[in-house]
Design a protein around this ligand. Structure first.
Ligand code: ADP
Ligand code: ZN
Length: 600
Protein backbone atom coordinates (compact mmCIF):
# COMPACT_ATOMS: atom_id res chain seq x y z
CA UNK A 1 0.00 0.00 0.00
CA UNK A 2 1.22 3.53 -0.75
CA UNK A 3 2.17 5.62 2.26
CA UNK A 4 -0.22 8.54 2.54
CA UNK A 5 0.72 11.95 1.22
CA UNK A 6 -0.08 13.62 4.50
CA UNK A 7 2.02 11.22 6.46
CA UNK A 8 5.04 11.94 4.25
CA UNK A 9 4.43 15.67 4.35
CA UNK A 10 4.48 15.76 8.12
CA UNK A 11 7.03 13.08 8.97
CA UNK A 12 9.62 13.91 6.31
CA UNK A 13 9.11 17.62 5.67
CA UNK A 14 7.56 18.54 9.00
CA UNK A 15 4.72 20.53 7.43
CA UNK A 16 1.21 20.38 8.85
CA UNK A 17 -0.64 20.79 5.55
CA UNK A 18 -0.41 21.20 1.79
CA UNK A 19 -0.66 24.58 0.16
CA UNK A 20 -2.96 25.54 -2.69
CA UNK A 21 -3.09 22.87 -5.35
CA UNK A 22 -0.23 20.77 -4.00
CA UNK A 23 -2.49 18.08 -2.64
CA UNK A 24 -4.41 17.64 -5.89
CA UNK A 25 -1.18 17.52 -7.89
CA UNK A 26 0.46 15.02 -5.55
CA UNK A 27 -2.63 12.80 -5.68
CA UNK A 28 -2.80 12.92 -9.47
CA UNK A 29 0.87 12.08 -10.01
CA UNK A 30 0.96 9.43 -7.27
CA UNK A 31 -1.89 7.73 -9.14
CA UNK A 32 0.21 7.69 -12.30
CA UNK A 33 -1.18 10.73 -14.16
CA UNK A 34 0.84 13.25 -16.15
CA UNK A 35 0.75 16.85 -14.94
CA UNK A 36 1.77 20.31 -16.06
CA UNK A 37 2.19 22.55 -13.03
CA UNK A 38 2.19 26.34 -13.42
CA UNK A 39 2.90 27.89 -10.10
CA UNK A 40 4.70 31.07 -9.14
CA UNK A 41 8.17 30.98 -7.68
CA UNK A 42 7.88 30.13 -4.02
CA UNK A 43 4.53 28.45 -4.58
CA UNK A 44 5.93 25.11 -3.50
CA UNK A 45 6.56 23.22 -6.72
CA UNK A 46 9.25 20.89 -5.34
CA UNK A 47 6.91 19.06 -3.00
CA UNK A 48 4.63 18.33 -5.96
CA UNK A 49 7.13 15.76 -7.21
CA UNK A 50 9.06 15.00 -4.04
CA UNK A 51 6.04 13.68 -2.16
CA UNK A 52 4.80 11.38 -4.96
CA UNK A 53 8.42 10.26 -5.42
CA UNK A 54 8.26 8.91 -1.87
CA UNK A 55 4.80 7.41 -2.35
CA UNK A 56 5.52 5.43 -5.50
CA UNK A 57 7.80 2.43 -5.88
CA UNK A 58 11.11 3.02 -7.64
CA UNK A 59 13.31 6.07 -8.18
CA UNK A 60 12.02 9.47 -9.28
CA UNK A 61 14.17 11.04 -11.98
CA UNK A 62 14.34 14.83 -11.70
CA UNK A 63 15.57 16.79 -14.72
CA UNK A 64 16.93 20.21 -13.92
CA UNK A 65 18.91 22.60 -16.10
CA UNK A 66 21.49 23.84 -13.63
CA UNK A 67 24.12 21.47 -12.36
CA UNK A 68 25.35 23.84 -9.68
CA UNK A 69 21.97 24.06 -8.02
CA UNK A 70 20.89 20.45 -8.04
CA UNK A 71 23.28 19.68 -5.23
CA UNK A 72 21.54 22.11 -2.87
CA UNK A 73 18.17 20.47 -3.45
CA UNK A 74 19.67 17.09 -2.86
CA UNK A 75 21.42 18.30 0.29
CA UNK A 76 18.09 19.54 1.60
CA UNK A 77 16.45 16.17 0.90
CA UNK A 78 19.28 14.27 2.55
CA UNK A 79 18.98 16.52 5.61
CA UNK A 80 15.31 15.56 5.74
CA UNK A 81 16.31 11.91 5.75
CA UNK A 82 15.48 11.15 2.10
CA UNK A 83 17.72 8.99 -0.02
CA UNK A 84 18.61 11.30 -2.93
CA UNK A 85 21.60 11.86 -5.19
CA UNK A 86 22.87 13.90 -8.12
CA UNK A 87 24.37 12.51 -11.28
CA UNK A 88 26.28 15.10 -13.27
CA UNK A 89 29.65 16.00 -14.65
CA UNK A 90 30.79 17.61 -11.40
CA UNK A 91 31.27 14.13 -9.92
CA UNK A 92 34.43 12.06 -10.33
CA UNK A 93 34.19 8.82 -12.32
CA UNK A 94 34.22 6.87 -9.09
CA UNK A 95 31.47 8.95 -7.51
CA UNK A 96 29.39 8.49 -10.64
CA UNK A 97 29.81 4.73 -10.50
CA UNK A 98 28.82 4.81 -6.87
CA UNK A 99 25.61 6.76 -7.56
CA UNK A 100 24.77 4.46 -10.48
CA UNK A 101 25.29 1.48 -8.22
CA UNK A 102 22.84 2.87 -5.65
CA UNK A 103 20.41 3.62 -8.44
CA UNK A 104 20.59 0.09 -9.89
CA UNK A 105 20.23 -1.39 -6.43
CA UNK A 106 16.99 0.52 -6.06
CA UNK A 107 18.08 2.38 -2.95
CA UNK A 108 17.49 5.93 -4.23
CA UNK A 109 14.17 7.71 -3.88
CA UNK A 110 15.19 10.62 -6.08
CA UNK A 111 17.93 11.03 -8.64
CA UNK A 112 18.67 14.48 -10.10
CA UNK A 113 20.19 14.57 -13.58
CA UNK A 114 21.01 17.20 -16.17
CA UNK A 115 19.09 16.78 -19.45
CA UNK A 116 22.20 16.09 -21.53
CA UNK A 117 23.10 13.22 -19.22
CA UNK A 118 19.60 11.82 -19.16
CA UNK A 119 19.49 11.71 -22.95
CA UNK A 120 22.63 9.62 -23.39
CA UNK A 121 22.06 6.10 -24.69
CA UNK A 122 23.89 4.78 -21.68
CA UNK A 123 21.62 6.46 -19.18
CA UNK A 124 18.44 5.58 -21.03
CA UNK A 125 19.61 1.97 -20.95
CA UNK A 126 20.13 2.24 -17.19
CA UNK A 127 16.56 3.45 -16.88
CA UNK A 128 15.35 0.32 -18.70
CA UNK A 129 16.93 -1.81 -16.01
CA UNK A 130 15.40 -0.03 -13.02
CA UNK A 131 12.01 0.92 -11.73
CA UNK A 132 11.26 4.57 -12.41
CA UNK A 133 8.70 6.14 -10.07
CA UNK A 134 8.16 9.27 -12.16
CA UNK A 135 9.91 11.85 -14.30
CA UNK A 136 9.89 15.41 -12.99
CA UNK A 137 10.92 18.08 -15.51
CA UNK A 138 11.77 21.22 -13.57
CA UNK A 139 12.02 24.65 -15.20
CA UNK A 140 10.02 23.24 -18.10
CA UNK A 141 9.92 26.63 -19.85
CA UNK A 142 13.49 25.86 -20.96
CA UNK A 143 11.90 24.12 -23.98
CA UNK A 144 10.67 27.48 -25.18
CA UNK A 145 12.62 29.51 -27.64
CA UNK A 146 10.83 32.69 -26.64
CA UNK A 147 12.19 33.01 -23.16
CA UNK A 148 15.84 33.68 -22.37
CA UNK A 149 16.35 30.30 -20.70
CA UNK A 150 16.11 28.20 -23.87
CA UNK A 151 17.88 24.82 -23.63
CA UNK A 152 17.92 22.83 -26.87
CA UNK A 153 18.32 19.51 -24.98
CA UNK A 154 15.00 20.11 -23.26
CA UNK A 155 13.25 19.60 -26.58
CA UNK A 156 14.47 16.03 -26.79
CA UNK A 157 12.85 15.12 -23.50
CA UNK A 158 9.75 14.00 -25.40
CA UNK A 159 11.71 10.79 -25.89
CA UNK A 160 10.87 9.90 -22.29
CA UNK A 161 7.24 9.56 -23.20
CA UNK A 162 8.06 7.31 -26.16
CA UNK A 163 10.44 5.05 -24.28
CA UNK A 164 8.58 4.94 -20.95
CA UNK A 165 4.91 5.49 -21.75
CA UNK A 166 3.69 4.16 -18.40
CA UNK A 167 5.86 6.32 -16.18
CA UNK A 168 4.04 9.50 -15.05
CA UNK A 169 5.64 12.80 -15.97
CA UNK A 170 5.27 16.08 -14.15
CA UNK A 171 6.55 19.27 -15.80
CA UNK A 172 6.85 22.40 -13.69
CA UNK A 173 7.43 26.07 -14.41
CA UNK A 174 6.91 29.51 -12.95
CA UNK A 175 6.50 31.08 -16.38
CA UNK A 176 2.93 32.13 -16.77
CA UNK A 177 2.38 33.22 -20.32
CA UNK A 178 0.10 31.35 -22.61
CA UNK A 179 2.47 30.87 -25.49
CA UNK A 180 5.13 29.25 -23.33
CA UNK A 181 2.51 26.95 -21.83
CA UNK A 182 1.37 25.77 -25.26
CA UNK A 183 4.93 25.21 -26.31
CA UNK A 184 5.70 23.08 -23.25
CA UNK A 185 2.67 20.88 -23.92
CA UNK A 186 3.61 20.43 -27.55
CA UNK A 187 7.33 19.93 -27.14
CA UNK A 188 7.07 17.51 -24.25
CA UNK A 189 4.04 15.64 -25.67
CA UNK A 190 1.96 16.52 -22.64
CA UNK A 191 -1.34 16.72 -24.53
CA UNK A 192 -2.94 14.28 -22.09
CA UNK A 193 -1.51 15.87 -18.97
CA UNK A 194 -3.75 17.58 -16.47
CA UNK A 195 -2.87 21.26 -16.23
CA UNK A 196 -2.70 22.75 -12.74
CA UNK A 197 -2.70 26.51 -12.97
CA UNK A 198 -2.26 28.35 -9.69
CA UNK A 199 -2.79 32.00 -8.99
CA UNK A 200 0.42 33.87 -9.60
CA UNK A 201 -0.15 36.23 -6.74
CA UNK A 202 2.63 36.49 -4.18
CA UNK A 203 0.82 38.17 -1.33
CA UNK A 204 3.87 38.35 0.96
CA UNK A 205 5.82 40.49 -1.51
CA UNK A 206 5.43 44.23 -1.13
CA UNK A 207 5.89 46.16 -4.39
CA UNK A 208 7.37 49.60 -4.34
CA UNK A 209 8.50 51.84 -7.21
CA UNK A 210 10.10 55.26 -6.83
CA UNK A 211 11.45 57.84 -9.26
CA UNK A 212 15.23 57.96 -9.18
CA UNK A 213 16.38 61.05 -7.32
CA UNK A 214 19.67 60.50 -5.60
CA UNK A 215 20.15 56.82 -6.37
CA UNK A 216 23.00 56.04 -3.98
CA UNK A 217 21.19 57.65 -1.14
CA UNK A 218 17.95 55.86 -2.01
CA UNK A 219 19.68 52.49 -2.29
CA UNK A 220 21.57 53.02 0.92
CA UNK A 221 18.41 53.92 2.82
CA UNK A 222 16.65 50.90 1.42
CA UNK A 223 19.50 48.56 2.34
CA UNK A 224 19.82 50.09 5.79
CA UNK A 225 16.31 48.91 6.44
CA UNK A 226 17.44 45.42 5.40
CA UNK A 227 20.65 45.08 7.36
CA UNK A 228 21.81 41.51 7.71
CA UNK A 229 19.28 40.21 5.22
CA UNK A 230 19.93 38.39 1.96
CA UNK A 231 18.82 40.17 -1.20
CA UNK A 232 19.41 40.66 -4.90
CA UNK A 233 20.13 44.02 -6.52
CA UNK A 234 19.57 43.95 -10.28
CA UNK A 235 21.35 46.36 -12.64
CA UNK A 236 21.14 46.54 -16.42
CA UNK A 237 24.84 46.52 -17.29
CA UNK A 238 27.91 44.62 -16.13
CA UNK A 239 29.67 47.88 -15.51
CA UNK A 240 26.95 49.09 -13.20
CA UNK A 241 26.97 45.75 -11.37
CA UNK A 242 30.69 46.15 -10.67
CA UNK A 243 30.40 49.78 -9.60
CA UNK A 244 27.42 49.15 -7.37
CA UNK A 245 28.94 46.11 -5.68
CA UNK A 246 32.10 48.14 -5.05
CA UNK A 247 30.47 51.12 -3.42
CA UNK A 248 28.11 48.96 -1.39
CA UNK A 249 31.11 47.06 -0.07
CA UNK A 250 32.76 50.36 0.80
CA UNK A 251 29.60 51.28 2.66
CA UNK A 252 30.03 48.18 4.82
CA UNK A 253 27.47 45.97 3.10
CA UNK A 254 28.34 42.36 2.30
CA UNK A 255 27.82 42.78 -1.46
CA UNK A 256 29.11 40.53 -4.27
CA UNK A 257 28.95 41.04 -8.06
CA UNK A 258 27.55 38.52 -10.54
CA UNK A 259 27.36 38.84 -14.31
CA UNK A 260 28.16 36.79 -17.38
CA UNK A 261 31.46 38.61 -17.91
CA UNK A 262 33.01 37.27 -14.71
CA UNK A 263 35.01 34.08 -14.95
CA UNK A 264 33.21 30.89 -14.03
CA UNK A 265 35.14 30.35 -10.81
CA UNK A 266 34.25 33.79 -9.46
CA UNK A 267 30.63 33.37 -10.43
CA UNK A 268 30.40 30.03 -8.67
CA UNK A 269 32.18 31.32 -5.59
CA UNK A 270 29.91 34.35 -5.29
CA UNK A 271 26.82 32.29 -5.88
CA UNK A 272 27.86 29.79 -3.23
CA UNK A 273 28.47 32.54 -0.71
CA UNK A 274 25.09 34.05 -1.44
CA UNK A 275 23.40 30.69 -1.00
CA UNK A 276 25.31 29.49 1.99
CA UNK A 277 25.93 32.51 4.16
CA UNK A 278 23.32 34.57 5.91
CA UNK A 279 22.71 38.07 4.70
CA UNK A 280 24.79 38.40 1.52
CA UNK A 281 23.60 40.93 -1.08
CA UNK A 282 24.09 39.83 -4.68
CA UNK A 283 24.49 42.67 -7.17
CA UNK A 284 23.74 41.14 -10.55
CA UNK A 285 22.55 41.34 -14.11
CA UNK A 286 19.64 39.15 -15.15
CA UNK A 287 22.22 36.42 -15.76
CA UNK A 288 21.72 35.62 -12.08
CA UNK A 289 18.72 33.93 -10.63
CA UNK A 290 17.28 31.01 -12.49
CA UNK A 291 17.05 27.98 -10.27
CA UNK A 292 18.13 29.89 -7.18
CA UNK A 293 16.01 28.18 -4.55
CA UNK A 294 17.19 30.22 -1.60
CA UNK A 295 13.99 30.65 0.40
CA UNK A 296 15.05 33.56 2.60
CA UNK A 297 15.82 36.25 0.01
CA UNK A 298 14.20 39.19 1.77
CA UNK A 299 14.35 41.71 -1.04
CA UNK A 300 14.88 42.15 -4.76
CA UNK A 301 15.84 45.66 -5.84
CA UNK A 302 15.90 46.94 -9.42
CA UNK A 303 18.15 49.93 -10.00
CA UNK A 304 17.12 50.10 -13.67
CA UNK A 305 13.91 49.37 -15.48
CA UNK A 306 13.75 45.65 -16.21
CA UNK A 307 13.22 44.39 -19.75
CA UNK A 308 9.64 43.29 -19.49
CA UNK A 309 6.87 42.74 -17.00
CA UNK A 310 7.38 38.98 -17.28
CA UNK A 311 11.08 39.34 -16.52
CA UNK A 312 10.35 41.69 -13.66
CA UNK A 313 7.86 39.31 -12.12
CA UNK A 314 10.24 36.38 -12.32
CA UNK A 315 13.06 38.43 -10.85
CA UNK A 316 11.02 39.87 -8.00
CA UNK A 317 9.52 36.42 -7.43
CA UNK A 318 12.89 35.29 -6.10
CA UNK A 319 12.12 37.22 -2.93
CA UNK A 320 10.24 35.64 -0.05
CA UNK A 321 9.88 32.06 -1.24
CA UNK A 322 9.45 31.07 2.37
CA UNK A 323 6.22 33.05 2.54
CA UNK A 324 7.60 35.60 5.02
CA UNK A 325 7.38 39.31 4.23
CA UNK A 326 9.69 40.46 1.43
CA UNK A 327 10.24 43.62 -0.62
CA UNK A 328 10.32 44.16 -4.37
CA UNK A 329 11.74 47.63 -4.79
CA UNK A 330 12.59 49.58 -7.92
CA UNK A 331 13.88 53.01 -8.82
CA UNK A 332 13.79 54.38 -12.31
CA UNK A 333 13.96 57.71 -14.03
CA UNK A 334 13.65 59.82 -17.15
CA UNK A 335 16.78 58.25 -18.65
CA UNK A 336 15.27 54.74 -18.48
CA UNK A 337 12.10 55.91 -20.16
CA UNK A 338 14.09 57.67 -22.89
CA UNK A 339 16.06 54.46 -23.50
CA UNK A 340 12.90 52.40 -23.66
CA UNK A 341 11.23 54.89 -25.95
CA UNK A 342 14.27 54.88 -28.25
CA UNK A 343 14.14 51.11 -28.38
CA UNK A 344 10.50 51.19 -29.42
CA UNK A 345 11.16 53.81 -32.08
CA UNK A 346 14.24 52.13 -33.50
CA UNK A 347 13.43 48.45 -33.27
CA UNK A 348 14.24 46.73 -36.55
CA UNK A 349 12.34 43.55 -35.85
CA UNK A 350 9.51 42.40 -38.09
CA UNK A 351 6.14 44.07 -37.65
CA UNK A 352 4.60 41.34 -35.51
CA UNK A 353 7.55 41.04 -33.23
CA UNK A 354 7.75 44.84 -33.04
CA UNK A 355 4.14 45.09 -31.99
CA UNK A 356 4.68 42.50 -29.26
CA UNK A 357 7.81 44.31 -28.07
CA UNK A 358 5.98 47.62 -28.04
CA UNK A 359 3.15 46.22 -25.98
CA UNK A 360 5.61 44.69 -23.56
CA UNK A 361 7.39 47.97 -23.04
CA UNK A 362 4.16 49.87 -22.72
CA UNK A 363 2.86 47.58 -20.01
CA UNK A 364 6.13 47.89 -18.14
CA UNK A 365 5.98 51.69 -18.25
CA UNK A 366 2.33 51.60 -17.25
CA UNK A 367 3.36 49.55 -14.24
CA UNK A 368 6.14 51.94 -13.30
CA UNK A 369 3.89 55.00 -13.54
CA UNK A 370 0.79 53.39 -12.10
CA UNK A 371 -1.35 55.24 -9.61
CA UNK A 372 -3.48 52.21 -8.81
CA UNK A 373 -2.66 48.88 -7.18
CA UNK A 374 0.58 47.47 -8.60
CA UNK A 375 -0.30 43.90 -7.75
CA UNK A 376 -3.55 44.20 -9.68
CA UNK A 377 -1.63 45.48 -12.70
CA UNK A 378 0.87 42.63 -12.51
CA UNK A 379 -1.77 39.95 -12.20
CA UNK A 380 -3.82 41.47 -15.01
CA UNK A 381 -0.71 41.36 -17.19
CA UNK A 382 -0.84 37.57 -16.75
CA UNK A 383 -4.53 37.42 -17.55
CA UNK A 384 -5.56 36.98 -13.94
CA UNK A 385 -8.43 38.90 -12.39
CA UNK A 386 -7.44 40.73 -9.22
CA UNK A 387 -9.18 42.79 -6.55
CA UNK A 388 -8.69 46.54 -7.03
CA UNK A 389 -6.55 46.97 -3.93
CA UNK A 390 -4.14 44.64 -2.17
CA UNK A 391 -3.05 46.58 0.89
CA UNK A 392 0.56 45.53 0.32
CA UNK A 393 1.99 47.78 -2.39
CA UNK A 394 3.11 51.39 -2.21
CA UNK A 395 0.08 52.67 -4.11
CA UNK A 396 -2.36 50.89 -1.80
CA UNK A 397 -0.47 51.78 1.36
CA UNK A 398 -0.18 55.47 0.53
CA UNK A 399 -2.24 56.34 -2.52
CA UNK A 400 -0.30 58.74 -4.75
CA UNK A 401 -1.69 62.18 -5.40
CA UNK A 402 -2.42 63.06 -8.98
CA UNK A 403 -2.67 66.53 -10.44
CA UNK A 404 -4.18 68.07 -13.52
CA UNK A 405 -1.12 68.48 -15.70
CA UNK A 406 -2.92 69.52 -18.87
CA UNK A 407 -1.38 73.01 -18.98
CA UNK A 408 2.07 71.73 -18.04
CA UNK A 409 1.82 69.07 -20.74
CA UNK A 410 0.81 71.69 -23.32
CA UNK A 411 3.79 73.82 -22.37
CA UNK A 412 6.13 70.84 -22.56
CA UNK A 413 4.82 69.63 -25.90
CA UNK A 414 4.83 73.04 -27.46
CA UNK A 415 8.41 73.66 -26.29
CA UNK A 416 9.37 70.42 -28.04
CA UNK A 417 7.53 71.50 -31.16
CA UNK A 418 8.76 75.12 -31.29
CA UNK A 419 12.39 74.08 -30.93
CA UNK A 420 11.99 71.87 -33.99
CA UNK A 421 11.77 68.40 -32.37
CA UNK A 422 15.54 68.17 -32.48
CA UNK A 423 16.53 68.22 -28.79
CA UNK A 424 16.55 66.00 -25.74
CA UNK A 425 14.67 66.60 -22.51
CA UNK A 426 17.56 68.46 -20.85
CA UNK A 427 17.59 71.30 -23.36
CA UNK A 428 13.81 71.53 -23.64
CA UNK A 429 13.61 71.86 -19.86
CA UNK A 430 16.19 74.66 -20.05
CA UNK A 431 13.93 76.42 -22.56
CA UNK A 432 10.91 76.07 -20.32
CA UNK A 433 12.84 77.29 -17.32
CA UNK A 434 14.28 80.21 -19.30
CA UNK A 435 17.93 79.28 -18.78
CA UNK A 436 19.93 81.95 -20.48
CA UNK A 437 23.20 80.51 -21.70
CA UNK A 438 25.38 80.66 -24.74
CA UNK A 439 23.86 77.63 -26.40
CA UNK A 440 20.40 79.05 -25.92
CA UNK A 441 21.34 82.36 -27.51
CA UNK A 442 23.28 80.85 -30.38
CA UNK A 443 20.32 78.63 -31.22
CA UNK A 444 18.03 81.58 -30.88
CA UNK A 445 15.89 79.64 -28.45
CA UNK A 446 15.74 82.55 -26.04
CA UNK A 447 13.43 84.17 -28.58
CA UNK A 448 10.97 81.26 -28.69
CA UNK A 449 7.49 82.00 -27.33
CA UNK A 450 7.93 79.05 -25.01
CA UNK A 451 11.18 80.40 -23.51
CA UNK A 452 10.75 80.78 -19.79
CA UNK A 453 7.05 79.83 -19.66
CA UNK A 454 7.76 77.02 -17.19
CA UNK A 455 9.49 78.86 -14.37
CA UNK A 456 6.83 77.78 -11.91
CA UNK A 457 8.43 74.31 -11.81
CA UNK A 458 11.97 73.31 -11.00
CA UNK A 459 13.99 70.96 -13.22
CA UNK A 460 13.08 67.89 -11.14
CA UNK A 461 9.39 68.58 -11.57
CA UNK A 462 9.82 69.03 -15.30
CA UNK A 463 11.75 65.80 -15.55
CA UNK A 464 8.85 64.07 -13.87
CA UNK A 465 6.46 65.59 -16.42
CA UNK A 466 8.61 64.53 -19.38
CA UNK A 467 9.13 61.06 -17.98
CA UNK A 468 5.41 60.55 -17.62
CA UNK A 469 4.60 62.03 -21.04
CA UNK A 470 7.05 59.56 -22.60
CA UNK A 471 5.60 56.70 -20.62
CA UNK A 472 2.10 57.67 -21.72
CA UNK A 473 3.14 57.76 -25.39
CA UNK A 474 2.52 61.52 -25.64
CA UNK A 475 6.16 61.97 -26.62
CA UNK A 476 8.73 59.68 -28.12
CA UNK A 477 12.51 59.74 -27.93
CA UNK A 478 14.76 58.91 -30.85
CA UNK A 479 18.37 58.61 -31.80
CA UNK A 480 21.54 58.60 -29.81
CA UNK A 481 20.65 61.75 -27.91
CA UNK A 482 17.07 60.90 -27.10
CA UNK A 483 15.63 63.62 -29.33
CA UNK A 484 12.03 64.26 -28.33
CA UNK A 485 9.28 64.21 -30.92
CA UNK A 486 5.53 64.58 -30.77
CA UNK A 487 3.35 61.55 -31.42
CA UNK A 488 -0.07 61.19 -33.04
CA UNK A 489 -1.62 61.47 -29.59
CA UNK A 490 0.15 64.72 -28.72
CA UNK A 491 -2.05 66.82 -30.98
CA UNK A 492 -5.21 66.32 -28.94
CA UNK A 493 -3.39 67.59 -25.86
CA UNK A 494 -2.04 70.65 -27.67
CA UNK A 495 -5.47 71.44 -29.04
CA UNK A 496 -6.98 71.21 -25.58
CA UNK A 497 -9.12 68.20 -26.54
CA UNK A 498 -7.49 65.88 -24.08
CA UNK A 499 -6.61 66.45 -20.45
CA UNK A 500 -3.58 64.96 -18.76
CA UNK A 501 -3.43 63.62 -15.21
CA UNK A 502 0.01 62.90 -13.79
CA UNK A 503 1.17 61.48 -10.52
CA UNK A 504 2.90 63.67 -8.02
CA UNK A 505 6.31 62.18 -7.36
CA UNK A 506 7.06 61.76 -3.71
CA UNK A 507 10.00 63.94 -2.81
CA UNK A 508 12.84 61.88 -1.40
CA UNK A 509 13.40 62.71 2.25
CA UNK A 510 16.22 65.20 2.59
CA UNK A 511 17.04 65.02 6.27
CA UNK A 512 20.21 63.41 7.53
CA UNK A 513 19.99 59.78 8.41
CA UNK A 514 19.89 59.89 12.17
CA UNK A 515 18.14 56.62 12.77
CA UNK A 516 20.16 53.82 14.33
CA UNK A 517 20.86 50.99 11.97
CA UNK A 518 18.14 48.44 12.52
CA UNK A 519 19.24 45.01 13.65
CA UNK A 520 19.11 41.95 11.43
CA UNK A 521 15.60 40.78 10.69
CA UNK A 522 13.95 43.61 12.53
CA UNK A 523 12.65 45.41 9.49
CA UNK A 524 11.03 42.75 7.40
CA UNK A 525 10.36 39.90 9.78
CA UNK A 526 9.04 42.05 12.62
CA UNK A 527 11.44 40.75 15.26
CA UNK A 528 10.75 42.69 18.49
CA UNK A 529 13.58 44.23 20.47
CA UNK A 530 12.90 41.79 23.32
CA UNK A 531 13.22 38.86 20.95
CA UNK A 532 16.34 40.04 19.21
CA UNK A 533 18.88 38.29 21.39
CA UNK A 534 17.24 34.90 21.13
CA UNK A 535 16.71 35.37 17.40
CA UNK A 536 20.40 36.12 16.89
CA UNK A 537 21.34 33.04 18.91
CA UNK A 538 19.06 30.80 16.89
CA UNK A 539 20.58 32.15 13.70
CA UNK A 540 24.06 31.68 15.07
CA UNK A 541 23.43 28.06 15.98
CA UNK A 542 21.92 27.46 12.55
CA UNK A 543 24.99 29.01 10.93
CA UNK A 544 27.35 26.79 12.93
CA UNK A 545 25.44 23.64 12.09
CA UNK A 546 25.33 24.63 8.42
CA UNK A 547 29.09 25.06 8.34
CA UNK A 548 29.65 21.71 10.08
CA UNK A 549 27.41 19.95 7.57
CA UNK A 550 28.64 21.90 4.56
CA UNK A 551 25.14 23.00 3.55
CA UNK A 552 23.40 26.39 3.22
CA UNK A 553 21.95 27.73 6.46
CA UNK A 554 18.37 27.41 5.20
CA UNK A 555 18.86 23.69 4.63
CA UNK A 556 19.14 23.27 8.41
CA UNK A 557 15.95 25.25 9.09
CA UNK A 558 14.18 28.01 7.19
CA UNK A 559 13.66 31.44 8.68
CA UNK A 560 9.97 30.58 8.90
CA UNK A 561 10.80 27.59 11.08
CA UNK A 562 13.19 29.56 13.30
CA UNK A 563 10.56 32.25 13.63
CA UNK A 564 7.97 29.66 14.68
CA UNK A 565 10.40 28.41 17.35
CA UNK A 566 11.01 31.93 18.55
CA UNK A 567 7.29 32.54 18.97
CA UNK A 568 6.21 29.11 20.28
CA UNK A 569 9.23 28.54 22.55
CA UNK A 570 8.95 24.73 22.50
CA UNK A 571 10.04 23.24 25.81
CA UNK A 572 10.64 19.63 24.77
CA UNK A 573 10.90 17.38 21.73
CA UNK A 574 7.15 16.84 21.51
CA UNK A 575 6.55 20.58 21.30
CA UNK A 576 9.40 20.87 18.84
CA UNK A 577 7.87 18.23 16.55
CA UNK A 578 4.81 20.48 16.20
CA UNK A 579 6.82 23.31 14.67
CA UNK A 580 6.21 23.66 10.91
CA UNK A 581 9.38 22.60 9.09
CA UNK A 582 10.63 20.19 11.76
CA UNK A 583 10.40 16.67 10.33
CA UNK A 584 11.49 13.47 12.04
CA UNK A 585 15.05 13.42 10.74
CA UNK A 586 15.74 17.04 11.65
CA UNK A 587 14.11 16.64 15.05
CA UNK A 588 16.47 13.81 15.80
CA UNK A 589 19.50 15.60 14.44
CA UNK A 590 19.02 19.16 15.65
CA UNK A 591 16.13 19.17 18.12
CA UNK A 592 18.30 18.99 21.17
CA UNK A 593 20.69 21.77 20.09
CA UNK A 594 17.88 24.20 19.39
CA UNK A 595 15.97 23.27 22.56
CA UNK A 596 19.11 24.02 24.53
CA UNK A 597 19.25 27.55 23.10
CA UNK A 598 15.51 28.09 23.51
CA UNK A 599 15.45 26.98 27.13
CA UNK A 600 18.64 28.57 28.27
P1 ADP B 1 9.07 26.81 -5.99
O1 ADP B 1 9.95 25.70 -6.50
O2 ADP B 1 7.67 26.72 -6.46
O3 ADP B 1 9.66 28.16 -6.18
P2 ADP B 1 9.67 25.65 -3.47
O4 ADP B 1 9.31 24.27 -3.79
O5 ADP B 1 11.12 26.02 -3.40
O6 ADP B 1 8.94 26.65 -4.44
O7 ADP B 1 8.94 26.04 -2.13
C1 ADP B 1 9.03 27.34 -1.61
C2 ADP B 1 9.14 27.30 -0.12
O8 ADP B 1 7.89 26.95 0.48
C3 ADP B 1 10.13 26.26 0.35
O9 ADP B 1 10.87 26.87 1.36
C4 ADP B 1 9.28 25.13 0.85
O10 ADP B 1 9.92 24.40 1.85
C5 ADP B 1 8.05 25.86 1.37
N1 ADP B 1 6.83 25.04 1.27
C6 ADP B 1 6.37 24.42 0.18
N2 ADP B 1 5.22 23.76 0.45
C7 ADP B 1 4.95 23.97 1.75
C8 ADP B 1 3.89 23.57 2.63
N3 ADP B 1 2.89 22.80 2.22
N4 ADP B 1 3.96 24.00 3.91
C9 ADP B 1 4.97 24.77 4.34
N5 ADP B 1 5.99 25.19 3.57
C10 ADP B 1 5.99 24.80 2.28
ZN1 ZN C 1 -1.85 47.14 -4.09
Amino acid sequence: MQPSAHHILSSVFGYPGFRGQQEAIVGHVAEGGDALVLMPTGGGKSLCFQVPALMRAGTAIVVSPLIALMQDQVDALVEAGVSAAVLNSSLSAEEQRDVEGQFLAGSLNLLYVAPERLLTGRFLALLERTEVALFAIDEAHCVSQWGHDFRPEYRQLAVLHERFPHVPRIALTATADHRTREEIIERLSLQDAQVFLSSFDRPNIRYHVAPRGNPRRQVQDFLDAHRGEAGIVYCLSRRKVEDTAAWLSDAGIEALPYHAGLDAATRTRNQQRFLREDGVVMVATVAFGMGIDKPDVRFVAHLDLPRSIEGYYQETGRAGRDGLPADAWMIYGLADVVTMSQMIAQSEAGDDRKRVERQKLESLLAYAEATRCRRALLLEAFGEAAPPTCGNCDNCLSPPKTWDATVAAQKALSAVYRSGQRFGAGHVIDILRGQDNERMTSLGHDRLTTFGIGQDFDATQWRSVFRQLLAAGLLEAEGEFGTLRLTDDSRAVLKGERSVQLREDARPARGRRTRDKPAAGAATLGIEATEQELWDELRKLRGELARQHGVPAYVIFHDATLLAMLRALPANEDDMAQISGVGEAKLKRYGRDFLAVLNR
